[in-house]
Design a protein around this ligand. Structure first.
Ligand code: NAI
Length: 336
């Protein structure tokens, strides 16, 4: 099968090449991969000409126009190299008879462990300490954090990633609160956590970590009103999707001092910024620039998934979906 992989990154290529050159359960024939730098959107879709499938990543914009163009070019499959589907108009894809596959689970541990790394770094100010020590400044002023032990940690979205995060947090001896319309009482009991409302999480939590998908119900889940209900000094960790947080409201909450800090692996307007080297040009986004001025804001560039295990699984699952599609088999990872 010929696949055009959009928004290619150096870090993933070797994993795809390795998975493509090895015999797989349903095929030993390598697929023909075209690596493209462009993000997939209505301007770049024409680059898929001559391919049966496209590979898409988190900051593509696969809207109705893009789907129409892909279908007209003869593309039949959109393979998402990620779990989230918020960047794809799934209804339009179905209307144009485009199959969409995703990688539903590549490593919940990769993302959950990164969320923990962000929390520990933000709380204990490791990022600032590291910079200081490298400047031969060994003072400790301004680096005071708090014990996580016996603090309250709210987990919003308790699916694959949220569950791993909640388990790790219970290991720290924290009181874990869970909020999810599908929350499992068995899981809560197993780790000694409590299922509760969003309002109670906001009111009681010293730390809140977001692990729900982005959709119409969760867009700007944390807005001005919700920030005002939060416990003063609370820390926010977001490895879910940027638009779960209203950036303007976040900046206000940080400026007013109500929020203790924020650690973000995702950002509302990250497309075109995250994954890019802008060190020569700087950023045009004034809100991102403002966020970067706060000492209590820590940002990573959508790297929570970036482990050897997750990249291996993304490549293998994507190629397995292609094999299943070529072989006319039932798709094991449909997004629709
Ligand atoms: P999942 O589908 O296993 O779990 C999501 C959970 O969120 C479900 O249990 C669902 O019931 C719950 N949920 C839905 N609406 C909710 C709401 N309004 N309030 C509270 N909970 C709600 O998904 P998984 O694998 O745990 O991933 C979660 C999200 O993490 C993905 O949707 C994706 O956006 C993000 N992600 C980020 C990565 C990164 O590198 N930063 C990598 C992978 C995923």
């Amino acid at each position: 099968m010929k696949i055009a992989i959009f928004d290619t990154h150096k870090f993933e290529k070797s994993y795809f090449e390795a998975a493509n050159s090895r015999p797989r359960p349903h095929s030993s024939t390598p697929h023909q991969i075209t690596w493209l730098d462009a993000r997939l959107n209505s301007q770049s879709a024409r680059l898929a000409a001559g391919h049966d499938a496209v590979g898409s990543f988190v900051n593509d914009r696969v809207d109705a126009d893009t789907c129409a163009q892909l279908a007209a070019l003869g593309v039949r499959l959109i393979a998402l190299r990620c779990a989230g589907t918020n960047h794809v108009d799934l209804k339009a894809a179905a209307e144009h008879k485009l199959q969409v596959v995703r990688v539903p689970e590549y490593s919940p541990h990769a993302v959950a462990e990164h969320a923990v790394a962000l929390l520990l770094t933000l709380n204990r100010k490791i990022h600032r300490a590291h910079n200081r020590v490298r400047e031969m400044n060994f003072s400790l002023d301004g680096l005071v954090g708090f014990d996580l032990y016996r603090k309250t940690v709210g987990v919003i979205g308790v699916g694959r990633i949220g569950q791993v995060f909640a388990k790790i947090m219970s290991g720290f001896g924290t009181e874990v609160l869970l909020h999810d319309p599908q929350a499992s009482p068995d899981f809560a009991q197993q780790i000694g956590a409590r299922i509760t409302s969003l309002d109670e999480i906001l009111k009681l939590s010293d730390v809140i970590s977001l692990h729900c998908p982005l959709n119409d119900q969760t867009r700007h889940l944390l807005d001005t009103s919700r920030f005002s209900k939060m416990k003063p000094g609370a820390l926010i960790i977001n490895t879910g999707r940027g638009a779960l947080i209203e950036t303007r409201a976040l900046i206000q909450a940080l400026k007013s001092g109500r929020l203790g800090g924020a650690a973000l692996d995702v950002y509302e307007e990250e497309a075109g910024v995250f994954f890019e080297d802008l060190s020569e040009t700087g950023v045009n986004d004034d809100q991102l620039a403002r966020l970067l001025t706060f000492p209590n804001v820590l940002i990573t560039s959508h790297q929570a998934f970036l482990t050897h295990e997750a990249l291996t699984a993304i490549a293998q699952t994507t190629l397995q979906s292609l094999d299943e599609f070529v072989g006319g088999r039932k798709l094991s990872s449909p997004a629709l």
